[in-house]
Design a protein around this ligand. Structure first.
Ligand code: UDP
Length: 324
């Protein structure tokens, strides 16, 4: 039985990844401090054979040493995520995302364990050259703008991964593009999809930031998990980074309209200035689109769930789980 450690396993992606690993017959240990992760995401697993949950932080070096020594591979997802979260507490974000990843990699190197590091499409910053390829340039704003600290932290982490890979550590990296699906947090942390669905189900205004012309490529959670497993298991993925996302581009205003229509909501779609949502220290990425040729050709990754279908499944779940 393969023993897998999933850091951040109580998060949205982590918990779905854990479900997939358990259904493949792996023994899975999750370490999560429930900062943005939620016990509700994993309570269906608690008590099942082969599943272990440790409510602690990846900053606990001694604990991490023991956990990594006792596993065969590590999926490192624990991070401070969500733009709003980062803007609200940049220091916490930087410490968790840089120090935490260094701890995981250093110990994985000591015990020579395979690592899959989860990075973000944020690393591309506000580059206008879409679609983003893995070797595209990164374009970031000033360090006075807190938002870019997340991109910078994830990029430092990637550099550390590549540096360990040069020393022989079997490590691979994925860059996620706006994952969504059941379990996305109603508070909307890091997910406009969650925020809009929650608003729509309450018939509250759908708050589009700016003019809503900014675009994202929303990736259904099953596709995100499939790409993660491929990159985590494929021997040829070692030492490489892959974009994992759907490459269909959707504007935020279109997304709002789709969610309003699919929920049958009476909500109004309203435009609010960015400053009102995030304060002054904010700059948005206007288009974010992955080039997924590398993941397609080298991993056989192929996103399968169209936005319409994924939104329907997510809305169905949210109707049962969101408080009104
Ligand atoms: N957004 C919005 N209304 C909201 C929340 C987010 O218009 O209530 C916008 C946000 O400004 C950004 C996009 O939706 O342009 C995606 O935001 P999200 O927080 O989902 O993730 P990001 O892609 O920015 O990391």
């Amino acid at each position: 039985m393969k023993r897998v450690l999933v850091t951040g396993g109580a998060g949205v992606i982590g918990s779905h990844l854990t479900d997939a690993l358990i259904s493949r017959g792996c023994e899975v240990t999750i370490v999560d401090n429930l900062s943005t992760g939620r016990i509700e995401n994993i309570e269906h697993l608690v008590g099942k054979p082969g599943f272990h949950f440790i409510n602690s932080s990846i900053m606990e070096t001694q604990l991490m040493d023991e956990l990594i020594r006792n596993c065969d591979s590590v999926y490192h997802l624990a991070a401070a995520v969500g733009v709003k979260y980062i803007v609200d507490d940049p220091l916490q974000g930087i410490l968790t995302n840089v120090k935490g990843t260094e701890i995981v990699l250093e110990i994985a190197y000591k015990y020579w364990k395979r690592v899959l590091f989860t990075s973000s499409s944020e690393v591309y910053g506000r580059s206008k050259k879409v679609p983003f390829k893995e070797d595209s340039e990164r374009v970031l704003g000033s360090t006075e703008v807190d938002r870019w600290s997340y991109s910078t932290a994830k990029a430092v982490d990637e550099h550390v991964c590549f540096a360990y890979a040069k020393k022989g550590l079997p490590v691979s990296i994925v860059r996620y593009f706006n994952a969504y699906g059941p379990r996305i947090d109603q508070r909307g942390y890091g997910s406009v999809v969650a925020g809009f669905i929650s608003q729509a189900l309450r018939n509250a205004d759908l708050t589009v930031h700016g003019d809503g012309g900014q675009t994202r490529c929303f990736t259904y959670i099953e596709d995100t998990v499939a790409g993660t497993l491929l990159a985590g298991e494929e021997p040829k993925a070692v030492g490489k980074v892959f974009n994992i996302g759907n490459d269909r581009e959707t504007s935020i205003i279109e997304l709002a309209e789709m969610i309003k229509e699919k929920t049958g909501s009476k909500s109004k779609i309203v435009k609010i200035p960015y400053e009102k949502a995030y304060g002054d220290s904010y700059e948005d990425t206007m288009r974010r689109v992955p080039d997924i040729t590398k993941a397609r050709t080298e991993l056989g990754f192929s996103p399968a769930v169209p936005l319409e279908k994924g939104l329907e499944k997510t809305i169905e779940w949210a109707k049962e789980n969101y408080t009104r």
